[in-house]
Structure formats: C-alpha cells, structure tokens
Write a new protein. Structure first.
Length: 129
C-alpha cells in the first residue's frame, strides 16, 4: 500500500514540475531567463514563439503523465527530453542557468526520480497486483 501512495505522490509532483515550468516560466513568461535561453540556442528572432511552444508542450507532458497512457514510453520521453535539454544548456548557455553548470545535477536527480517512479515503484506495484 505504501508503494501505491508513494507512486501517486511522485507522479503528481513530476507532472506539477512540467506544468509549472511550462505555464509559469514559459507561457506566462514569469521567468524571462527561459526565453533568453531559447533565444540564444534557437535565435532571438522567434524566441517568444518557440518559448510558448515549448511551454505548451511541457503543459501537455504534465497532462500526459497524469493520464498514465503509455506511461513507460512517457517516462523514456521525459528522460530523453530532460537529458538532451540539460546537456545543450550545459554546453551552450551555462551562464543563463539558475545554478550554472551544477544545474545538470538537478536534472540528473529528476531523471533518477522519474526512472525510480516508473521502472522501480510502478513495476513493484504491477508485480503485486
């Protein structure tokens, strides 16, 4: 029973991270640094449009997580996106990151939590039922 609650809590928290980052940081532009990062990587001319698209995609990811549709594939997509995005930022714009190059450690922590939630906790729950 404890694993079920832990899995549900982690699922909601992971979803909330995606939705909050997409909505507040990118769509509502409450953290302009995100658009600066996009501008440096993809070009300043269309940085607002790309930032909005990324934000909407992140909100979509958060909703997808909550639906539990193809949850293993979803976890792999999340891990791939987070890893790719953070390596690019580490290499191209470390000066714009909240914690500089150490941001990658937080990305690895989130990747680990996503992996644990889906491939360890969820597997145990599936084996128990």
């Amino acid at each position: 029973m404890g694993g079920t609650i832990q899995h549900r809590i982690l699922t909601v928290l992971i979803s909330a991270i995606w939705i909050a980052n997409g909505l507040f940081c990118k769509v509502l532009n409450l953290v302009p640094r995100h658009q600066e990062i996009v501008g440096r990587i993809l070009g300043e001319q269309d940085s607002r449009m790309f930032t909005l698209l990324i934000g909407i995609s992140e909100i979509g990811m958060g909703i997808w997580i909550l639906t539990k549709v193809k949850n293993k594939f979803n976890a792999v997509v999340q891990i791939t996106i987070i890893g790719t995005m953070n390596v690019l930022e580490f290499l191209l714009v470390p000066d714009l990151l909240l914690w500089g190059k150490t941001n990658i450690l937080f990305a690895l922590l989130l990747i680990g939590i996503i992996y644990y939630n889906e491939f360890v906790l969820n597997r145990k729950l599936n084996l128990e039922s």
